[in-house]
Design a protein around this ligand. Sequence first.
Ligand SMILES: [Fe+2]
Ligand SMILES: [Fe+2]
Length: 286
Amino acid sequence: MTAFSHSALLKKICGSDAPPAPGEDLRLVLELCSDEGTERRFLAESLDESPRLCRRFLIAVNHLLPTTLRVSNGRSACETLERNAIQEALWIQAISDVMHAAHDRSRNRLWKHSLLTAMIVRELAAHLSIPPQGLLLPAAMAHDVGHLLIWGPATDSGIDWHAEHDRLVDQDQEPLPERNHCLIGAGLLQSWNAPQELIEAAAHHHHPQNAAEPVRTLIAVVSLADLIAEHVDAEQNPSELSLETSTAWTILNDSAGLSSSNQEQLLADMLIPASIQADRLAGLLS
Ligand SMILES: [Fe+2]
Ligand SMILES: [Fe+2]
């Protein structure tokens, strides 16, 4: 899909309203961070201008990222961390902010689902002998962001977004573009100039084999985590979970050295720590 058709799709859905987006201060710091030419000192000054942004940035760095460095302020973070880690901490905030902005029950569940998926991804990465490079946690958090712009009978009547998700994805293989959360999510992330792995996660988390080759393993991790999180989140009649027959499992077995030999072992290892971490993350990012 071209950039033009993505923007046309958003226009069709949102009309004259602006699509949801991260706050201006966060967008500015993200833009600076994505520019290799930005001096670290200038980046730190921009972070310091928003105490709330800086505080939450430090929480993400110190509690979520796989770094041995503990940082106490924005300046030392910007001086010592890899640019990738800074970007990851900022995008975690950006995705969480947008998903948490709407307070109805359905959207709140969607936000919690994105956090659980991210924490499952973190656990899954520890079960891979070759963990993928890239913005793994933000990609996991972004995978279902397109649901923010889907309103229909399910959301209008207060039924959770899962019912709508199943109807659109599992029963109708080709929903209209304006009802397709994968296309909408990819378009939304593109409009924020999000990194490619976030856009690919939104577009291909249900079919990781279609993701671009350089990020396919990362999208497969998100996809497997999503299958687990969807199963955990299902309020009624959860369908049987069969991870080992999923495309994501095959991709990870073939390309990333998945250490678990079966899904029961994998779930036993990760479900409790991931659930506890997701609850903790909700508190940290609120
Ligand atoms: Fe989805
Ligand atoms: Fe999902």
